[in-house]
Design a protein around this ligand. Structure first.
Ligand code: FMN
Length: 388
């Protein structure tokens, strides 16, 4: 067993254990992958300010996101097909998040269903909703999330049309996996994954299968799904959702100050500054670079969260310093899950938490609630260390 001390260690192990088509589905962005790379690279450009001789013995990373207590300001991002990284993946990730004391967000396009997660956990989880053409189906999804006692609804606004990822096209990605000779040969090298999949009945989109009339086969399911993302989505649909959802409402996929202002007027409790992990508009700025202007414009009126490129506790601290009340992790979680199932997700959370706790202390802080932009020195390339 390799020694695991970073999220990168988990990524390397996941790459070894998860069939190529599903590993690639995670570790990829759209077109040139420029925005995907920038999400992580721009965190590295930010320099932290070390302070010394300040009593840093007793420390707390506890905070809240939309009024909900969190052990650290980190939530699990909604990711589709998580149950293809590891059998019953969403259940395992939700359990790990619950034990750790952070929110888990279930995607509309998950393998395990809303009811599966409700049965496997006791803490209310969050549900992510895509706006679908079939409004009746959306209403039923919202009702199911209410019945499951979900404490927040995350509505994703940036995937009404789908960004193209070259690797997925090449791999013929589908659920269940397309059994081409190449894919089968690759799967045969991942016995642990295959055994897990043989041992579960959850291999379809659990929130769709059995909940939409006329979908009995995988072919009809994928045809229905492809047609459902609604490109006519507008702020009127958000108002419609707001009327139906009495709980916390979070709008995901905001990159622009003007959109953030409209979101703040929509009655939502929070926005997530996000470019969908670099999977949609290639060429968009990194999330961390889009964050400060949005936090400045609407941060007094609505909670601002962010995701994209968070791979360490240092990243969490930097996002918090630039105005994010909380962050979400997508790939950091998926790598943990693919590498070691629930234990891998727990390991990912432990790694990020420890890094956050120590980084905060190195910067002279003992309480995450008091961290502000003062922990940042600026951008690496704009600082000269030579005397003038
Ligand atoms: C494999 C994968 C699947 C995703 N599926 C969804 C989804 O179903 N719904 C959604 O709102 N966002 C989805 N996202 C975007 C994530 O919620 C999040 O915005 C992104 O992963 C954050 O970037 P990070 O992976 O660098 O942490 C997905 C991301 C990945 C990597």
């Amino acid at each position: 067993m390799p020694i695991i001390t970073t999220i990168e260690d988990l990524r390397v192990l996941a790459k070894r254990r998860v069939p190529r088509m599903f590993y690639d589905y995670v570790d990829s962005g759209s077109w040139t992958e420029g925005t995907y790379r920038a999400n992580a690279a721009d965190f590295d450009r930010l320099l932290l300010r070390q302070r010394v001789a300040l009593d840093i013995e007793k420390r707390s990373t506890r905070s809240t996101m939309v009024g909900i207590d969190v052990a650290m300001p980190v939530a699990i991002a909604p990711t589709g097909m998580t149950g293809m990284q590891h059998a019953d993946g969403e259940i395992l990730a939700a359990r790990a998040a619950e034990k750790f004391g952070i929110p888990f967000t279930l995607s509309t396009m998950s393998i395990c269903s809303i009811e599966d997660i409700a049965e496997a956990t006791r803490t209310p989880f969050w549900f992510q909703l895509y706006v679908m053409r079939d409004r009746g189906y959306m209403e039923r999804l919202i009702d199911r999330a209410k019945a499951a006692n979900c404490s927040a609804l995350v509505v994703t606004l940036d995937l009404q049309i789908i960004g193209q990822r070259h690797k997925d096209l090449r791999n013929g990605l589908s659920v269940p996996p397309k059994l081409s000779l190449r894919n089968m040969a690759n799967m045969a090298t991942k016995p642990r994954w295959c055994l897990g999949m043989l041992g579960t009945r959850r291999r379809n989109f659990g929130n769709v299968f059995g909940h939409v009339e006329g979908i009995e086969t995988m072919k009809s399911l994928s045809e229905w799904t492809n047609k459902q993302f609604d490109p006519t989505l507008s702020w009127e649909d958000i108002a419609w959702i707001r009327r139906r959802w009495p709980g916390k409402l979070i709008l995901k996929g905001i990159q622009d100050v003007e959109d953030a202002r409209l979101a703040a007027e929509s009655g939502a409790e929070a926005v997530i500054v996000s470019n969908h992990g670099g999977r949609q508009l290639d060429g968009a700025p990194s999330s961390i670079s889009a964050l400060p202007a949005i936090a400045e414009a609407v941060g007094q009126r609505i909670e601002v969260h962010m995701d994209g490129g968070v791979r360490s506790g240092q990243d969490v601290l930097k996002a918090r310093a630039l105005g994010a009340r909380g962050v979400y992790i997508g790939r950091s979680l998926l790598y943990g899950l693919g590498a070691m199932g629930e234990a891998g997700v727990t390991r990912a959370l432990q790694i990020i938490h420890r890094e956050l706790d120590l980084t905060m202390a190195f910067c002279g802080h003992t309480d995450i609630e008091r961290v502000d932009a003062g922990v940042l020195l600026g951008l690496r390339e704009s600082r000269s260390w030579l005397p003038a």
